[in-house]
Design a protein around this ligand. Sequence first.
Ligand code: PLP
Length: 434
Amino acid sequence: MSQPASSSISAESISELTRDTNYGTWRFQKGWKPLHVVDAEGCWFTDDAGKRYLDMSSQLMCVNLGHKNPRVIESIAEQARELPFMGPAYATNARARLSAKLLELLPAGLEKFFFTTSGTDANEAAFKIARMVTGKNKIISRYRSYHGSTAASIAATGDLRRWAMEPAGKGMGFVFAPETNCYKCPIGHTYPGCNIACADYIDHMIRNEGDVAAVLVEPIVGTNGVLIPPPEYLPKLREICDRHSVLLIADEVMTGWGRTGKWFAVDHWNVKPDILTTAKGITSAYVPLGLCATTKKLADYFEDRYFSHGHTYEAHPITLGPAVATIEEMQRLALVERAAEMEPYLRERLEGLKTKHVSIGDVHGIGLFFAVELVKNRTTKEPFNTMRDKVEGKPLVVDQIAAKMMADGVAQQSWVSHFVIAPPLIVTKEELDF
Ligand code: PLP
C-alpha cells in the first residue's frame, strides 16, 4: 500500500485509502467501496461527483433532525468555546441543563442518569447496574434484537451477529426469548387469539431460569425489522417483571427521540421501565452521546455502596451541550408530532408499493419508522434471505435492490430481507414521494 502524506491525498483516492486502511463494519471486507460523501443537508447527502441521495434511513436511523441543522452546529462551537472538557466528577452547565431536559421528557420515574458515548456502552452500563442492584446474573433478551457491539452488548444481541462472541458469550448470562412478530409469529400463534403467549413465555423463562436480574427489550425492534408488539405485550411484560421482582430494561437507542411519533416508544403503552437506554436521536448523531437512565430507587442502592462504573468521556460537555440544542430544536419544530402526522402518508405510499410488487410481503411501522418485508411467496411468507445467508456472505436480494435504489439516488438501510425506512423527521411529502 502506498503511503500518501495526509495533506496531499487526492480526491480520487479518498475512497480507496479509506477502504485500505479502515475496517468496513458488519460486512465481508471484499467488495467494500465506501462512497465518498462531501456534503449533507436536510434529508440529502452529496457525493464527490455532485450526485445527491435522499437519506431514507437517516444514516443509521439517527439523524432525526436532518443534516446541518444550524442551531445544533452552532451549539457545538458554543460548547467548545465555553468548556470543551471536564472529567465526570464535575458539575457543568451542559450537564445540568441536559439533566433538567431529561427529567421533563423521559418516562416518569427515570430520574438518575449515566452519560456515555454510544448506545452500546449505555447498554453495558444498564447490565452492570441491573446486576449490581439485584445481585442476580441472568438477563433475558430476545431473538431478532440488536443491543450493541462490545462484549456484553453483542452477547445480549439476539441476531446472529452475537456468534462472534460465542462460545465465550454464553458465559455472559444472556438467555433468549422469542421476539414479538405478529406478521410471522415465531411460536406459531395468531394475534389476538394468542393471548400474548410471547409474554407468557418470558414468565415461564423467569420461573425456570432462576437468577434473572432483568428482561431486556427494544420496545419496538429496530434493525431487525421494526417489529411492533401487540398493544397488550409491554404492559403484560411490566406486570410479569413486577410479579417476579425482575427489572425491565427498555433499549430505546433507535426508537427514542420522536422516531415513532412519541418521545419514547414505551410512551405508546404508558409503560415505565426501570432502566431506559438511548443514544442516536438524543443528539441527532451530531456528536456521540449515549444515556442510561434509571429510577431513583435503583440509584438509591448505591448511596451507601460503591458505584463500580465510569468512563473518561462520561458526561463529556461537547456531547451534552449539543444534546440540549437538539432537543430544543425538536421541540421548536414539533418533530415528534410531525413524525406522528406523517405516519399515515408514509404508510399509504408504502402500501401502494405493496399492491404493485408481489415480492413485498408486508409493510409495518409507526411514526416515521417502517419496515418493508420482502418475501418469495406471500402465502408462505418465506423471505428471500435469512440472517444466516448474511453472516455467511451470500448475496442478498435486498442488497441488490438497495444498490439499484442508490443508483437512482435513494439511500436505504437494507437488512437481511427487509428495508428499514426511517427518514429524518423533517422529511416532506414530496421527498417521500420521490
Ligand atoms: N441498541 C439498539 C436498539 C440499536 O439499534 C443500536 C444501534 O443501532 C445499539 C443498541 C447500539 O448503539 P451504538 O451503535 O450507538 O453503539
